[in-house]
Design a protein around this ligand. Structure first.
Ligand code: ARG
Ligand code: ZN
Length: 891
């Protein structure tokens, strides 16, 4: 069933309050649902259509009397209802242990959990399961006291006690009205770490992190992140925790990352559990970001929620922006903030740009969907965050805060739209570049596709002027052949040939004396004339789109000298990194295009060495500069120019780059490894994490180079580290070094890690993923992946474990997926179809792995198409997976 944004209508009724009671039993749980319903005066006399899915109805009472009802299109339809508010009681049952979709009420590891966003509540009981219906919830849980000692739901615990037959109960009341997607319950044998905090308002709050008994020693970082989130939201946005109690619960079977249920966040274990022995620096960073993200939803999502699911980015784009800002603030120093920004942009380009160029391209506010779960995308999340970031850039930091204040003043307690949000930010900043262009700015919500911006600069020495012409063009996307111009903030500066920043004075303006400013490109093409630039020995070097001020592709003029200048001197660390990327991309792509082997030049290698040895740069930044662009990113560059993508060729070029870097910088890698060893006791702070990252990058080059030199010392050191590293980051770094070099010690290293961590599910996930992510050589990696799919520890039922092999292969490892014999695509089809029989959400995600099939060269393209056709030919496909493969095959 296709749902369209333009078809939105207000609900026929409001549900003002709901009293739920659960008799929890894994096989058959009884739900009694007592609602206070009020007809919507704007829509008198309409029937009430309640959503329900995979549940068994046992009775319906209106004001205590049974009434007739019918089922229509999966909804329960009640007619001839009172015109006045009335009580509606529904009884139904569900089967949590049979719920393998992990949506609604399900069991995992012997406990009960829920996931209701977007439409899981209807799998628990009948309801108006839409975000604009907000009710007060009272929830009573009854369960066996021995098996389920902990009984949790949203809000405050108001009552608990014993019942007959060894059962017990607890009643929870949430003081804040909320939509059904924010409902949650948990029942099980769990333990918690807890801490009290006092907010600025003087209120006391109890913070708790619930996990299984063996995992308590892995909750400290999540708790610290939660405390930091509470403090940050108060300090930065004046937003305080509005509950006496705030709980996080970890569950190992979970489709997504985490969920912001009011006062009872439920998390994938991957984003809660960490100790130095089992988690990497990246895991620590992700936990901080996701804990922050879910906590920040309490205001951006829960207090102010979405009117309908087309508005998803209202809460997700904004909350991602908030969590990114939080992580930057936590990172501290300017250089560490820049590193976080670079990582976020790298992620956006790697995941969102391809989405925006492919069959699933959709606006930040989509116009239609078949399965809403398919639209929890990187466009809605990460591009949505960029849209918020551009607004913040256009109104300034203080203006953005004023806009947020106005947004809450206007809309607290409401279910609203993206228009309401943008309007509040603009209204708080009259006369700003946002307010004066609000309608055209909002094209970012409506038009899909990544704009391409080109820049042409002309310097006149006599006139002392630099004329910069910026133009934009956005390619067609499915259903949107023509695009109007976007409003694009271009943060920029100019450098002289020695890298010194120049004063930026626009023609006709006097008195501006800064070296950085934001140009607003709001037409197809605009020209800016900078004046007063006398006495330069050569044309200024433009540093454009600083900090990646807009989610666009900046067409590079391939001016090598300017890029080297930027790499050496740009005061904007983002553009410094960007210059290095462009220099690497140019080299890799010219090899790929020409079919000639890559041969790196001394100038480029020297520049890499200079960065690596530069005592003024952070290790984390060096790591980013020295890490080559991913195969996926390179493929997208070719696709954008209409060149068919030949994955093995890209792979060969990257491998050549790695081995030449390993050889040419050998002594420098030795130095880098030795110089970044002394990191003290493990702390996941950005400085020591950056040092570990660089040391591990060095080690991987040294082990790679051993194949050339016949050296056994560095591989031996790597193996030793796999055995005795003091933290998992270094252990994993050493294992990667051996794996990516296809060294013979990789096997025993893998065996050791498996033996040592066989009871740590998240480490075993990693163990699978590292193997699946190894760059292909002679088909051995793919063969190993197929064998691992039969490993006794492998399972498709647990999403993390399923993804460890499959998402890694389909999304992260093109070198292993794309094969002349099409075996990768056959494997893709088989696994998508298999997973689809029990978990459509997960299957649809995995199915996205072939999104970009049209960009491939033959024979890959036809073979991938055949696999897609095979999957779409299955009559029993879920609507989720059907939507993905249908769109992929559509012209
Ligand atoms: N709102 C959650 C978050 O961003 C994501 C939940 C999405 N779940 C789903 N099944 N679509 O943190
Ligand atoms: Zn979110």
């Amino acid at each position: 069933p296709l749902v369209r944004r333009e078809d939105y209508t207000a609900p026929s009724h409001w549900i003002r309050s709901v009293d739920l009671s659960f008799d929890l039993d894994p096989a058959k749980t009884l739900v009694i649902n007592r609602m206070q319903v009020e007809p919507n005066a704007a829509r008198p006399g309409e029937p009430l259509r309640l959503d329900g899915e995979d549940i068994v109805l046992t009775r319906v009472l209106v004001n205590g009397e049974s009434i007739s009802f019918r089922n229509e299109g999966g909804q329960l339809v009640l007619e001839n209802l009172p015109a006045e508010p009335f009580a509606l009681e529904i009884r139904n049952t569900c089967a949590p242990e049979k719920n393998l979709e992990l949506s609604g009420l399900y069991t995992s590891g012997g406990s009960f959990f829920t996931q209701c966003e977007a439409q899981g509540f209807r799998r628990i009981t009948y309801f108006l399961d839409r975000p604009d219906v907000m009710a007060l919830f009272r929830v009573t849980l009854r369960a066996d006291a021995r098996s389920y000692p902990v009984l949790l739901s949203n809000g405050n615990l108001v009552e608990q006690g014993r019942l007959d037959h060894g059962r017990h109960y607890a009643t929870w009341v949430d003081p804040h009205p909320k939509p059904s997607y924010l409902f949650a319950l948990v029942a099980g044998d769990l333990v918690c770490r807890e801490q009290r905090v006092r907010s600025r308002s003087g209120r006391d709050h109890l913070l708790q992190v619930y996990v299984r008994a063996g995992d308590l020693d892995k909750t400290e970082h999540a708790m610290n992140s939660l405390i930091a989130s509470v403090v940050w939201d108060e300090a930065r946005f004046g937003l305080s925790l509005d509950l006496e109690r705030f709980m996080i619960v970890a569950v190992s079977d979970f489709n997504m990352g985490a969920m912001e249920n009011k006062g009872l966040n439920i998390f994938n274990t991957k984003f809660v559990l960490a100790n130095p022995a089992t988690a990497t620096d990246v895991d620590y960073g992700n936990i901080e970001a996701v804990v922050g993200h879910e906590y920040f939803h309490n205001w951006t999502g829960n207090r102010v929620t979405c009117r309908d699911w087309f508005q998803l980015s209202l809460k997700e784009g904004l909350t991602v922006y908030r969590d990114q800002t939080f992580s930057q603030d936590m990172a501290g120093e300017a250089s560490a903030r820049a590193v976080k920004r670079i990582e976020d942009v790298r992620q956006l380009r790697q995941m969102q740009f391809p989405e925006d160029a492919g069959p699933m391209a959709h606006p930040v506010r989509p116009e239609q969907y078949q399965a809403i779960d398919n639209f929890y995308t990187t466009t809605v999340y990460e591009k949505g965050a960029e849209v918020v970031r551009m607004m913040a850039t256009l109104v300034g930091e203080a203006g953005f805060r004023a806009g947020m204040d106005l947004y809450f003043q206007r809309h607290d307690g409401q279910a609203v739209t993206c228009d309401d949000y943008a309007q509040a930010i603009a209204d708080a900043n009259p006369g700003s570049p946002l307010a004066t262009r609000l309608d055209s700015f909002k094209r970012w919500y409506a038009q899909a596709g990544t704009p391409r911006v080109s820049a042409r600069g002309v310097y006149s020495a006599e006139q002392g002027s630099y004329t910069l012409t910026l133009s934009q063009h956005t390619p067609a996307t499915p259903g949107q052949p023509v695009k109007a111009p976007f409003v694009i903030p271009v943060a920029m500066g100019l450098l002289d040939s020695d890298g010194r920043p120049l004063l930026l004075q626009l023609d006709g303006e006097n008195g501006y004396s800064g070296t950085e400013r934001v140009l607003v490109l709001d037409q197809a093409s605009l020209t800016f004339v900078f004046t007063g630039l006398y006495g330069l020995t050569s044309a200024p070097v433009p540093s454009l789109l600083r900090g990646f001020s807009a989610p666009v592709i900046l067409d590079a003029q391939a001016d090598e000298a300017a890029l080297f200048t930027q790499l050496r001197h740009d005061t904007d660390p983002f553009n410094r990194w960007e210059a290095a990327q462009r220099l690497a991309v140019q080299r890799l792509l010219s090899a790929v295009r020409s079919g000639q082997p890559l041969q790196l030049d001394a100038a480029w290698l020297d520049a890499q060495r200079v960065v690596l040895r530069d005592p003024t740069l952070d290790a984390a930044f060096k790591d980013l500069v020295l890490t080559p662009p991913s195969a996926g990113y390179l493929a997208e560059q070719l696709a954008a120019d209409g060149i068919p993508v030949d994955p093995p060729r890209i792979h060969a070029a990257r491998e050549a780059l790695r081995s030449q870097m390993a050889q040419a910088l050998h002594e420098d890698w030795v130095w880098a490894f030795e110089a970044h060893q002394d990191n003290g006791a493990y702390r996941p702070d950005p400085v020591s994490a950056g040092r570990r990252a660089l040391a591990n990058l060095a080690l991987s080059h040294l082990v790679l180079d051993a194949a050339r030199t016949g050296d056994t010392v560095w591989p031996g050191k790597a193996f030793q580290r796999v055995k005795d590293a003091g933290n998992f980051t270094d252990r994993q770094g050493a294992l990667i070094a051996l794996l990516h070099a296809h060294h013979e010690l990789a096997e025993p290293a893998l065996a050791r890690v498996h033996a040592q961590f066989k009871d740590e599910a998240l480490v075993i996930d990693r163990w699978f993923a590292l193997q699946a992510g190894t760059p292909e050589r002679d088909g051995r990696v793919f063969a190993r992946i197929k064998a691992l799919a039969l490993h006794p520890d492998y399972s498709l039922r647990n999403p993390n474990r399923a993804r460890s092999l499959l998402a890694t292969l389909f999304v992260m490892n093109p070198s292993a997926l794309h094969r002349e014999d099409a075996a990768g695509y056959v494997f893709w089809a088989d696994k998508v179809v298999e997973v689809d029989t029990f978990n459509p959400q997960l299957a649809a995600r995995l199915a996205r792995g072939l999104d970009r099939w049209r960009t491939l060269a033959e024979p890959y393209r036809s073979a991938a198409q055949e696999a897609l056709i095979r999957v779409s030919g299955r009559a029993d496909l879920s609507p989720d997976t059907r939507e993905i493969v249908t769109r992929a095959l559509q012209d």
